[in-house]
Write a protein that binds this ligand. Structure first.
Ligand SMILES: Cc1cc2nc3c(=O)[nH]c(=O)nc-3n(C[C@H](O)[C@H](O)[C@H](O)COP(=O)(O)OP(=O)(O)OC[C@H]3O[C@@H](n4cnc5c(N)ncnc54)[C@H](O)[C@@H]3O)c2cc1C
Length: 466
C-alpha cells in the first residue's frame, strides 16, 4: 500500500541524486535527459522487464514540424498541434503546459532519433480524428514494445541504473513537501530505503486500481482495463497525502475497438479509412469519427456492450501495418465474406437492417455526403469485396487526470506554489486532454509521457546542479 511518512526518516541504505519511479516512456526519457544534463538517475521499476502501458501501445507519438514531416512535404507547426489538442479538449488544456509540450514535440522526436538511434517513420497512409496534419511518428513495427525496448537500450548504453522488480511504496517527506527518499519493496519482501535530492514520479495513472476508477470514472468501472495492471495510482495516492493539486481526475483515454473475446486492439484506421460500426441489431448508432476514446463508452452502451467494425480488403491492407491487426487475423477474429449479406449472417445481425445501413453509407460515400449523425463520407472510401467484420468492445486504456504540474513537470501545491523537489510526467501528471474521455486527442498519452518526461529530467538535473 503506497503511503507517505512525514518527518520520520531513519537510515538510508543508499543515497542518490535523482530517483525516478517507473520505467515506461516517461521515466526512461526523464532518465536520459537527466543523464545528458550531467545527473545520474536511478529508475525504480516494479516489473522484471520494463514495459508499462508504453509497451501495450502502438508507440505512435505526434510531433509537429519534424524533419520526417518536412521530408514528405507535410506542413505543420507547434501552434497547429496545440490548436488541435485544445479543440479536442474543448479549451480545457492548460495553455502554458500545452504550448511547451507542442513546442517540445519535434525536438523530442529528433533527439530520440539522432542521439538515441530510434528509427522513426512518419505514418502516411491514414490520419487519426482531430489531427489537421500527418504527424504520427512510429517505429517500424508500430508497437510500443519496440519503443520501450529501444528506450531501455538507450538507457543501458548511457549506463543508467534501472532497479527492476522493486515497488516504490513509501515516500518520505518533510512537512513542507520536500521529499527525502523512498522505501522500495523487492520481490522477496525485503525493504530498502533510498535517499535522494529529487524525485520524478513516472508511474502512470490509476487505470489498474479498480477502487480509484470507481471513485473517479464510474462510467468505466465495469469496463475492460487494457492498460498495464501495475499502474495502481501511486502518484495520486502520494499526492493526496502531500496535499498536492490534482486535475481532471475523471478524464481518460478509452478505445471503442478492442476485438472481443480476443482482447486485441483493432486500429482506428479501419474506421478512418471508411469502415463503420454497427450494433447487434445491425444498425449504426453514431458518428464513429469523433474519436476512439469517447467511442468506448458509446460501444458499451449498445445492447450486450459490443459492436462490429465493418470494412473491406483495402482498409484491412492499411490496418495490416499494425502487428495487433495481424495478430487478430491469425487469431481468427476477422470475418471475411464476398457479399454484405453473407457477412451479416456470419455476424448474426438482422440481414435486412444491416444491408439498409450499409447501402445508405455506400450511397453517401459515392455522393460525398453527410449522414444523420454528421459524419462526412468521400468517394475514395467506397468499400468493395472482400468485406470484413470484427466484433469489438469498449475498453479503458489509461487515465488522463493526475498531479497538476508546471511546464517543467514540477508538481504544484493547491495554492499554486511548487513542491521543492518533486516532479511528475506521463500518466502520473494531469494531461492536456480536458476533463472527459472526449477530450483525448490521439497521441496525447505518449506525447506528454515523452516530452514532459524529457523536460522534467532536464529541470530536475539543472536544479540539482545549481
Ligand atoms: C493498448 C494501448 C494503446 C495505446 N496507444 C497509444 C498510442 O499509440 N499513442 C499514444 O500516445 N498513447 C497510446 N497509449 C497511451 C500510452 O501507452 C500511455 O499514455 C503512456 O505509455 C504512458 O507512459 P508512462 O511512462 O507514463 O507510463 P507506463 O508506460 O505505464 O510506465 C509506468 C511504469 O511505472 C511502473 N510503476 C507503477 N507504479 C510503480 C511503483 N509504485 N513502483 C515502481 N514502479 C511502478 C509500471 O510498472 C510501469 O512500468 C496507449 C495505451 C494503451 C493501453
Amino acid at each position: 500500500m503506497s503511503t507517505v511518512e512525514f518527518d520520520s526518516v531513519g537510515e538510508w541504505n543508499a543515497q542518490v541524486p535523482l530517483l525516478i519511479i517507473g520505467a515506461g516512456a516517461a521515466g526512461l526519457c526523464a532518465a536520459l535527459a537527466a543523464k545528458e544534463a550531467g545527473v545520474d538517475a536511478v529508475v525504480i521499476e516494479r516489473d522484471g522487464v520494463p514495459g508499462g502501458s508504453t509497451a501495450l501501445s502502438a508507440g505512435l507519438i505526434p510531433a509537429a514540424d519534424t524533419r520526417f514531416q518536412r521530408a514528405k512535404g507535410v506542413v505543420d507547426s507547434p501552434d497547429r498541434l496545440a490548436a488541435d489538442i485544445q479543440r479536442k479538449a474543448h479549451g480545457e488544456a492548460p495553455a502554458a503546459l500545452l504550448e511547451t509540450i507542442a513546442r517540445g514535440s519535434a525536438p523530442l522526436i529528433e533527439w530520440l532519433a539522432e542521439r538515441h538511434s530510434l528509427t522513426f517513420e512518419l505514418i502516411q497512409n491514414f490520419n487519426y480524428p482531430g489531427h489537421s496534419a500527418l504527424r504520427m511518428h512510429g517505429l517500424p513495427s508500430r508497437t510500443g514494445r519496440e519503443l520501450v525496448d529501444r528506450l531501455r537500450n538507450a538507457a543501458e548504453l548511457s549506463e543508467i541504473v534501472v532497479l527492476t522488480g522493486c515497488i516504490a511504496q513509501t515516500l518520505f517527506a518533510q512537512k513542507d513537501g520536500h521529499v527525502g527518499g523512498i522505501e522500495i519493496v523487492r520481490g522477496d519482501g525485503s525493504r530498502e530505503r533510498i535517499g535522494c535530492n529529487a524525485v520524478i514520479l513516472a508511474c502512470n495513472g490509476y487505470g489498474g486500481n479498480p477502487e480509484l476508477i470507481r471513485r473517479f470514472i464510474p462510467e468505466m468501472a465495469n469496463a475492460l482495463y487494457f492498460g498495464h495492471p501495475g499502474n495502481r495510482g501511486d502518484a495520486i495516492l502520494w499526492g493526496e497525502r502531500l496535499d498536492a493539486a490534482v486535475a481532471c481526475l475523471g478524464a481518460y483515454q478509452g478505445h471503442g475497438s478492442v476485438a472481443t473475446p480476443h482482447n486485441i486492439l483493432i486500429s482506428w484506421a479501419v474506421i478512418m479509412q471508411g469502415g463503420i460500426q454497427v450494433n447487434c441489431e445491425g444498425r449504426r448508432f453514431c458518428n464513429e469519427t469523433h474519436g476512439y476514446s469517447e467511442q468506448a463508452a458509446e460501444v458499451l452502451r449498445q445492447p450486450g456492450g459490443f459492436a462490429w467494425d465493418v470494412f473491406d480488403g483495402r482498409i484491412a491492407g492499411v490496418a495490416r501495418q499494425f502487428e495487433d491487426f495481424r495478430e487478430a487475423e491469425r487469431a481468427g477474429a476477422i470475418l471475411s465474406f464476398d457479399s454484405v449479406a453473407g457477412l451479416a449472417e456470419a455476424m448474426r445481425v438482422p440481414v435486412a437492417d444491416f444491408v439498409t445501413d450499409w447501402n445508405e453509407v455506400d450511397m453517401l460515400k459515392r455522393a460525398g455526403g453527410k449522414d444523420r449523425y454528421g459524419r462526412k463520407f468521400c468517394p475514395e472510401h467506397v468499400c468493395r469485396p472482400p468485406y470484413h467484420a470484427v466484433k469489438v468492445t469498449g475498453a479503458l486504456f489509461h487515465t488522463q487526470g493526475g498531479l497538476a504540474v508546471d511546464s517543467s513537470g514540477r508538481v504544484k501545491r493547491k495554492d499554486g506554489t511548487r513542491f521543492p523537489n518533486l516532479f511528475a510526467a506521463g500518466g502520473a501528471a494531469a494531461s492536456v486532454s480536458g476533463s472527459t474521455a472526449a477530450g483525448y486527442l490521439s497521441g496525447n498519452g505518449l506525447l506528454t509521457a515523452t516530452v514532459l518526461g524529457k523536460l522534467a529530467g532536464t529541470a530536475a538535473a539543472q536544479q540539482l546542479a545549481s
